[in-house]
Design a protein around this ligand. Structure first.
Ligand code: ZN
Length: 238
């Protein structure tokens, strides 16, 4: 009995990361895993995908054609976005810390994106006209903007499918700017955020040797964690 119990204990860590397990490991949470994603032209967390399909169908009945601009994003993809912007901003004359501050108005530092989880999606209305060249701008979701009717529909209906805006239009909210296109599937992402909260973000960022990493001081990380990662729609926090 003793030997069998011992084997069980040793085997447990390898079994800890399965789709039915409620806890998520570090590699998954920072976009370095390909766990249960699927989709036609993008990848999404399985349960999120199922609920998204139901919401998309309901939206069709209301006259909208929800288009996914972005869903799951890997660490490597986020790193390309981050480093591309970092290079562009520093070449334009910003100091490294100014470049980082500018990047984190809308984009995350790789390893800290909710898009790593496959539960978060950027969506627009494919039927919205005229289609802007740059679709993810808040102005397109207001007033007579091409996506404003879909936005109204989402405000009323998204929560019934488990989807919530993450970076809300709340003047008191800090961190990322208002993103009327970014929704998260709360039943899954709440748990992921709770597990993410247990990770050492600073350690992760330093290990990755990102550009500008010298500026990821304790003060910077604490602020980034409190404002960019945690100052979100309270519906998304366990
Ligand atoms: Zn997004």
């Amino acid at each position: 009995m003793g030997a069998i119990a011992g084997v069980g204990i040793l085997a447990a860590p390898q079994l800890a990361f399965t789709p039915s397990n409620p806890s998520f490991d570090k590699d998954f949470l920072i976009g370095k895993s390909d766990y249960a994603f699927r989709g036609p032209s993008w990848q999404m967390h399985q349960e999120t995908y199922t609920s998204f399909q139901a919401m998309k169908k309901a939206a069709v009945d209301a006259g909208f054609n929800i288009e996914v601009v972005s869903a799951y994003r890997s660490f490597e993809r986020q790193k390309q976005i981050y480093e591309g912007k970092y290079k562009r901003y520093t070449t334009a004359g910003l100091s490294p810390i100014q470049a980082i501050e500018k990047i984190i108005e809308y984009s995350t530092i790789p390893g800290t994106s909710r898009h790593h989880w496959g539960t978060d999606i950027d969506i627009i209305d494919r039927n919205g006209t005229p289609r802007p060249s740059s679709v993810l701008e808040a102005k397109h979701f207001y007033g007579a903007g091409p996506f404003c009717k879909l936005k109204e529909w989402l405000t009323t209906n998204a929560a019934s499918f488990g989807f919530y805006e993450v970076y809300t239009d709340n003047a008191k909210r800090k961190g990322f700017k208002y993103e009327p296109w970014h929704f998260s599937y709360a039943p899954a992402s709440r748990k992921m955020l709770a597990d993410y909260g247990k990770l050492d973000v600073k350690q992760i960022l330093l290990e990755e040797k990102l550009r500008g990493a010298a500026h990821f001081t304790d003060a910077f990380i604490t602020k980034y964690r409190n404002e960019n990662i945690l100052d979100i729609n309270p519906e998304l926090i366990l």
